[in-house]
Ligand binder design. Structure first.
Ligand SMILES: Nc1ncnc2c1ncn2[C@@H]1O[C@H](COP(=O)(O)OP(=O)(O)OP(=O)(O)O)[C@@H](O)[C@H]1O
Ligand SMILES: [Mg+2]
Length: 196
């Protein structure tokens, strides 16, 4: 397997507080990595470094061997799905418009392809088709969270960053969403490696 994401000797501080130091991590293509740690230890910070929302004070992040500092940031983010902690949806857009946002940019005028992608991912995350026309404020917390995951998945990104995306999804449906929904489609649980 080839290396897709590489953190090299990363250091990050906020004022006096050092959040990451001497941090190295390699993630191979097709690999599923979980970062586990106490609140405030730097998990979100590490994730946001991959799509350039936060920059390290020292060290480099490479994607496919290329330093992300040298990449076009918009292009970089189009290839990276990001399910944000707490699921932040566009409040003025319907469920369908929220999920279509990135596919629309990628598919251009091919609306049928985008519609197909929206339906497919809504089904996978367990959202009823009839919710398409609703606005985020008209959904439950768990439903909003699923829309956030569907939005991240719908662009079929090469890299998917998920920041505690299952917080508002209940224990019964969470395993269904995680395993039968997406991971099984890719590599299957056997291929997953967890790190802490
Ligand atoms: N913009 C900022 N300015 C100052 N301190 C910050 C900033 N962003 C994060 N921090 C601090 O850096 C530390 C790491 O934050 P981060 O959000 O990465 O933690 P986390 O591991 O994701 O925590 P949680 O599990 O609570 O989501 C925390 O102590 C946080 O208060
Ligand atoms: Mg966090």
């Amino acid at each position: 397997m080839s290396t897709l994401i590489e953190f090299k000797n990363i250091k990050k501080s906020y004022g006096e507080k050092v959040v990451m130091e001497n941090f190295d991590l390699q993630v191979d293509r097709g690999e599923f990595v979980t970062i586990i740690g106490s609140s405030g230890c730097g998990k979100t910070t590490a994730l946001k470094m991959v799509n350039g929302l936060i920059h390290p004070d020292q060290g480099d992040i490479l994607i496919d061997g290329e330093n992300i500092r040298e990449k076009d940031q918009t292009q970089l983010r189009r290839n990276i799905g990001y399910a944000i902690q707490g699921s932040v949806l566009f409040p003025h857009m319907t469920v369908e418009q929220n999920i279509s946002y990135v596919p629309d940019l990628l598919n251009g005028r091919n609306r049928a392809k985008t519609k197909e992608a929206v339906s497919k991912w809504m089904k996978i995350v367990g959202l009823d088709e009839e919710l398409k026309e609703r606005y985020p404020a008209e959904l439950s917390g768990g439903q909003q969270q699923r829309v956030g995951i569907a939005r991240a998945l719908a662009a079929s990104p090469e890299i998917l960053l998920m920041d505690e995306p299952f917080g508002a999804v209940d224990e019964i449906t969470r395993p269904h969403l995680l395993w039968s929904g997406w991971l099984r489609k890719r590599e299957g649980p056997a291929a997953c490696r967890r790190r802490s």
